[in-house]
Design a protein around this ligand. Structure first.
Ligand code: DHB
Ligand code: FE
Length: 288
């Protein structure tokens, strides 16, 4: 059976891709953000996932205001990037696993999540930024990627509770896949930001989100979308990608890496790596 190795979250901004392309990761304003991924790189080296489920919000590359699925899942053998208006991108290819995607889609629909299935899908900066931070070097990403897109743009928006429940259903689907594959669940988005309003970064709410996503994710499901916009800005709704991840990586987790560096462009730049806590460790903690 497939197994969930852990969850990794990151903020995304196109400037991260441009910084990587210009090889400026060690410049003073970026260094702490990029360096924070080093423990994750070592963990990935040791644990070697086969599949990365990449949960992110599409920014108009696949879906625009006239055609906006609430949840959409890629079901292709391969995904490519494309021009989002930030300049002609270097053409790149990311392997998929269509069999795993269809299992995920069928399981979710059976579980009452009527997701859109996309036999063609392009990765936008939200997906690619995460993959480049997690597997730096611009070589082929050494896992099969499964894009899971959450509408964080156009009302009506899925509620935080609905996103958490989607994540729980994704977790059930992963665990019921018959092949022994190791799965990393990635959430790419947030934290607080509203494009055009630099001042919208809310560091104390970002800190609260980073605490709750580990220790009490259900607390995040009690916010309304409007409250999140008020606290974290309109693009702060990208936090939903983290909430979906945490629904999938359920139960107590151990934090393997965590960092916050603001601003990264317009946003609070965060990364976290968490793994399900071993049953034995959970028992030891409750006895202590
Ligand atoms: C920025 C942030 C985003 O989430 C995004 O999708 C695009 C740009 C920014 O901060 O520049
Ligand atoms: Fe974004």
């Amino acid at each position: 059976m497939a197994q969930i190795l852990g969850g990794l979250t990151t903020s995304h901004v196109p400037m991260i891709g441009r910084t990587i392309a210009a090889n400026k990761q060690q410049e003073v304003s970026f260094k702490p953000f990029f360096d924070a991924f080093e423990p994750a790189h070592r963990w990935l080296e040791d644990n070697k996932p086969d599949i990365a489920i990449v949960i992110y919000n599409d920014h108009g590359l696949n879906f625009f205001l006239d055609n906006m699925p609430t949840f959409a899942i890629g079901a292709a053998h391969e995904y490519r990037n494309a021009d989002e208006g930030w300049g002609e991108p270097e053409p790149r290819s990311f392997a998929g696993n269509a069999d795993f995607s269809w299992h995920l889609i069928k399981s979710l629909v059976a579980d009452e999540f009527d997701v859109s299935s996309c036999q063609e899908m392009k990765f936008d900066h939200a997906g690619i930024t995460a993959l480049d931070l997690i597997w730096p070097g611009h070589g082929p990403v050494p896992v099969a990627t499964i894009p899971v897109v959450v509408n964080a743009v156009q009302p009506p928006l899925p509620t935080p509770l609905r996103c958490y429940k989607l994540g729980q259903a994704i977790g059930r689907a992963i665990r019921s896949y018959p092949e022994d594959l190791k799965v990393l669940v990635i959430g790419s988005g947030g934290l607080s930001h509203e494009l055009g309003q630099m001042g919208k970064i809310n560091q104390s709410f970002d800190a609260l989100c980073m605490d709750k996503i580990v220790n009490d994710p259900e607390a995040l499901t009690r916010y309304t979308n409007a409250e999140i916009v008020e606290l974290a800005g309109s693009q702060g709704l990208e936090l939903m990608t983290w909430v979906v991840m945490r629904g999938a990586v359920s139960g107590p987790v151990e934090v393997r890496a965590s960092n916050y560096h603001a601003p990264i462009s317009h946003t609070g730049g965060a990364m976290m790596l968490m793994t399900p806590r071993e049953e034995a460790a959970v028992q030891a903690a409750s006895l202590a």
